[in-house]
Every structure is written in C-alpha cells, then in structure tokens.
Design a protein around this ligand. Sequence first.
Ligand SMILES: [Zn+2]
Length: 159
Amino acid sequence: MNIRIGHGYDVHAFGDGDHVMIGGVRIAHDHGVLAHSDGDVALHALCDAMLGALALGDIGAHFPPADPQWKGADSRVLLRHCQALVAGRGWRLGNADLTVVCERPRIGPHAQAMREAIASDLGVDAGAIGVKATTSERLGFTGRGEGIAAHAVCLLVAA
Ligand SMILES: [Zn+2]
C-alpha cells in the first residue's frame, strides 16, 4: 500500500497566561493553556495524526510528559521530530487538514500564518495544509470557554 491515513485529537484546558500557541502561531489572549509543553493543540493533533498513520503510537509515548526535556517545549520541534520519523520510514506528507474548536480566541485571522508555519516544518506547500476553525455553539467544554480542542487528519504517501 502506498498511502496511509492518520487521525489525531487533542485538548488543552485554559489556565493563567497572556497568550496561546496554536498551529505554531502565538496569539495574544486573556488566558494561557495548562500543558507540559507549549500546549499547542493543533500541532499535537497533527503529530498524533502523522504517528497514527504509521501506527507508531501516540505523542505521549514519543514525548513523555514526565520527561524534563519536553517541559515548555516548542511544539514545532515535536512536529519536526515526527516529520523526521515519517521521512525516515520512507513516507512523506501528502496533505493534512486541521480543525480547531474554541469560542475564543478567533482563529481565522491567524489561519494563513498557521498553514505557512506547518508547511515550512513539514517541507510541503501551504496548499497541502488546511486549517479551519469552528466554535461549538457555546455547548460543552469548548463552548463554555474552558479549553481548546483540535482535530487533524493527514495522508502520507510513499516517498
Ligand atoms: Zn497537547
């Protein structure tokens, strides 16, 4: 088989802070997120999708929260690590599609910068990276503004 599909999902709760990292982009906000790393839900979901596509386990297995080397980690470093794993096994990213779920902050104005950051880390065209955002109509934990969720799917192609 010369294609593989992967799916990832991640959530972080809001906590104290003045910004959030989403899709590799720093967004000023009246909260931060609780996380061991920089708490970038979009990149964590994407890492899980890429790992999942090759059945390599999940992000927690590759970057254990208890490991001090990942404390406050820039999630773009994790993403590039996943990219290297994928490339090392003879695969490349065909495309990826991400959906970020939150009421605030607004994602739309930053979506293009996220696409470019992700594409640069994965060595692909920004046209291969979709970043979309939705609210959950004030329902559930995202609707109550308690946290942010992200979904990602990706297609890997034999290099
Ligand atoms: Zn995460």
